[in-house]
Design a protein around this ligand. Structure first.
Ligand code: S3P
Length: 173
C-alpha cells in the first residue's frame, strides 16, 4: 500500500568517487530522513580526520570504528539515509547487517576510468595516495563482487546527472 511507512534505511554504497555524498544530499530533499555520512560522523565523534586516524591507528582500527557506526545506525528504528564509506563491504559482519530486511542497498557504480578522473585531485583518501590509478583499479577488482553481492539495486553514474540518479533511486524506494 502506497501509504505505508517505510521502516527501512536507505543505504548508499559504492567505491570512492561514485557520488554517494552528493546523492545523499539530493535525497534529503525528497525523503524526510536524517542523512548520515558515516565517515563524517566518525570524524566528529573521534575529533580526528580519517587520514589522521589511518596514520595514527591504522586501517583496521578505522574499520572497527566504521563497523560500530554502521551497526549503531542500522539498529535504529527511525529510517536514515546512510552514506557509507567505500570500504564498508570489506567486513563480512557489515555485509550481513546491510543485507538485513531493514535496509535497501543502492550500489552506485562508475567505470574505473571515471573514478580515476574524479579522484585525481583527492588528498583525503589514504588508500589511494601515491600511484592512484593503479590503486583504484586494484581496489575495484578486489571489491567488485562484494558490492554486487550486497546490492539490492546497482546504478551506473557515469552518464547521469545527480537529479537523474536521485530519481532512479526514488523510483525503487
Ligand atoms: C574508503 C573510502 C572512504 C573512507 C576511507 C576508506 C575505502 O570513503 O571511508 O578513506 O576504503 O574505500 P568514501 O567512499 O566516502 O570516499
Amino acid at each position: 500500500n502506497s501509504m505505508s511507512v517505510h521502516k527501512k534505511h536507505l543505504i548508499l554504497m559504492g567505491m570512492m568517487g561514485t557520488g554517494k555524498s552528493t546523492i545523499g544530499q539530493h535525497l534529503i530533499q525528497y525523503l524526510q530522513y536524517p542523512a548520515i555520512d558515516l565517515d563524517q560522523w566518525i570524524e566528529e565523534k573521534e575529533q580526528q580526520t580519517i587520514p589522521s586516524i589511518f596514520e595514527e591507528f591504522g586501517e583496521s582500527y578505522f574499520r572497527e570504528l566504521e563497523s560500530k557506526a554502521l551497526k549503531h545506525f542500522l539498529e535504529q528504528s527511525q529510517s536514515h539515509i546512510l552514506i557509507t564509506g567505500g570500504g564498508v563491504i570489506l567486513r563480512r559482519e557489515n555485509r550481513e547487517w546491510m543485507q538485513k530486511e531493514n535496509g535497501v542497498v543502492f550500489h552506485l557504480t562508475a567505470d574505473v576510468e571515471t573514478l580515476i578522473q574524479r579522484l585525481e585531485q583527492d588528498r583525503n583518501r589514504p588508500l589511494i595516495q601515491g600511484d592512484k590509478a593503479e590503486k583504484i583499479r586494484r581496489i575495484w577488482s578486489e571489491r567488485k563482487s562484494l558490492y554486487e553481492s550486497v546490492a539490492d539495486y546497482s546504478i551506473q553514474t557515469d552518464a547521469c546527472s545527480p537529479e537523474a540518479i536521485t530519481a532512479e533511486i526514488l523510483s525503487h524506494w
